[in-house]
Ligand binder design. Sequence first.
Ligand SMILES: [Zn+2]
Length: 290
Amino acid sequence: MQNAFDKRKEELKEFSEALDKLDIRKKDEVVQKQAPDDLMTKCPKCDRFLVKEELFDNLMVCPYCNNHMRLHAKDRINQIMDKDYEIIFNNLEEKYLDFPDYEKKLNEAKEASGNDESIVCVKGKINGINVLVGVMDSFFMMGSMGSVCGEKVTLMAEKATKENLPLILFTCSGGARMQEGIISLMQMAKTSQAIGKLKEKELYISVLTDPTTGGVSASFAALADITLAEPNALIGFAGKRVIERTIKEVLPKEFQTAEFNLEKGYIDKIVKRKDLKETLANLLKLHRYN
Ligand SMILES: [Zn+2]
């Protein structure tokens, strides 16, 4: 009997090895072998394979399903700004490093994203109009807001107020940065008061991108004179499952999408990535900026 089992096991092993040689079991693996990682990527929404260079030229929007993929801050800045912008408020010193391994995580995030923090701030022009722009980056600790991020947003709002410039913030965040505890939560109040002062004098536009959640969605992302969003962006405060468990109700499928928030009046307009620069320039012109 034992011999029969061993024989069967041997046969299965041989069959398995033969399949490996044929490369027919895992279709994705086969395609990946034909298409090297540095040339191809896969749309996380529709699973189709895409040529990286073409995807980049298409502003990281999937041509098949219109999925607006997450962008590195610097790519967003290059899409939106005229050439010759200046990066400002870079390399602010982080003071609250007590949480275990936080400093190590920060250094890893800096390396992974190429940014000094979860937001990159620039001064420059959009279609020739002077503007201050801040762009959050999900590749830096999921765009979490700590003291440096909060300080940068505050400094941007103060600079815009002082220099009579409009402010545009692209939000993308998992929320407050847990490693900084209460200090990160304080950034909600700090940024909100600076934005409040700015709005007495100048225009503030926020562009909500995927995902805008937690403390960021509950502070400066929600306080703009004009709130835009990218298609299908996840926008909400707490996670859908947390809410469902708390209120013991099933939420609609489209809950926390940009489209749902537009319907409920939280967002003024959903703008496709390819139309964003033009839309922002038109809004600035309409509000006397030139
Ligand atoms: Zn797709």
